[in-house]
Design a protein around this ligand. Structure first.
Ligand SMILES: Nc1nc2c(ncn2[C@@H]2O[C@H](COP(=O)(O)OP(=O)(O)OP(=O)(O)O)[C@@H](O)[C@H]2O)c(=O)[nH]1
Ligand SMILES: [Mg+2]
Length: 248
């Protein structure tokens, strides 16, 4: 088993993580620069095909002193109200490429351009497939960082003036984000990996375990239904008592 030393202030956490082989990252989004980001992350040329439209793929490398496995999910569509079955299947297949435990961090790849309400809905529909818990493991990865120079503004200004759709997305991700310029390759990689590490620490080193969250969500739904049925029954008894009181 491959082991590596992680620079971390928290020894216990470091100790636990030293037993992990990999950091698993999953890239999700439309045609937004996922494969290019995967190539930047792995730092070895064209691992992922950037001609677009390809199926989900996984690849790994030691990069910036860490062993990374990146899953580049197939680009998703633009439908806002429902997700076509084939897309759902492909997204779940991408998740299955992250091994049995699931990814440590999901990078939701969004270009540094206007983020519309229609795009927001498309994102929401697709992220729902992975249960609401996926957001806890998700960071926004802004690609096309080179556009910032053209726009002459900072990323903070871009977020502040981005409108309600972008605000919604940032809130969902607890304002975890990183800006990457895939044309300038490796420059902001260490900073991104450090943010990934912070997120891992925040989540207690937990992977995004889809099956576990799916079971939890089913359990919550079951309990909610039970509680609702109980409340309805109590209300009916209450009404019954009230009626019999007024008859007496
Ligand atoms: N200027 C600029 N172009 C980028 C950047 N990232 C990606 N691109 C370009 O955007 C196009 C799409 O990039 P891909 O990485 O193939 O996008 P993708 O999300 O994998 O696309 P699909 O696989 O079709 O979903 C390519 O022409 C890239 O060269 C970036 O940071 N800056
Ligand atoms: Mg691609």
């Amino acid at each position: 088993m491959r082991k590596y030393q992680r620079c971390n202030k928290n020894n216990k956490f470091t100790e636990r993580l030293n037993n992990c082989i990999n950091d698993w990252l999953m890239l999700l989004g439309m045609r937004t620069g996922k494969s290019s980001t995967g190539n930047t992350l792995l730092g070895r040329g064209r691992v992922f095909d950037t001609r677009g439209g390809g199926a989900s793929a996984a690849a790994g490398a030691v990069t910036a002193g860490r062993h990374l496995t990146v899953v580049d999910a197939q680009g998703w569509g633009t439908s806002e109200d429902f997700v076509p079955k084939e897309e759902k299947i492909e997204l779940l297949r991408a998740l299955s490429l992250c091994g049995t435990e699931g990814p440590h961090v999901v990078l939701l790849v969004i270009p540094l351009m206007d983020f519309t309400e229609s795009e927001r809905k498309a994102v929401e529909r697709r992220m729902e497939i992975f249960t609401s818990a996926v957001w806890r493991h998700t960071m926004v990865l802004f690609t096309f960082g080179d556009l910032l120079k053209e726009k002459g503004c900072s990323v903070q200004e871009h977020i502040q003036t981005g409108g309600p759709a972008l605000k919604w997305l940032m809130e969902k991700c607890h304002y975890r984000y990183h800006v990457l310029d895939n044309k300038a390759a490796q420059q902001q990689l260490r900073e991104l990996l450090s943010k990934v590490e912070d997120m891992l620490e925040e989540n207690g080193g937990w992977h995004f375990s889809f099956h576990m969250y799916q079971r939890l969500e089913e359990e919550w739904k079951r309990r909610e239904q039970q509680l609702r049925a109980l409340l309805e029954a109590q209300t009916e008894v209450g009404i019954g008592l009230h009626i019999s009181d007024s008859l007496n």
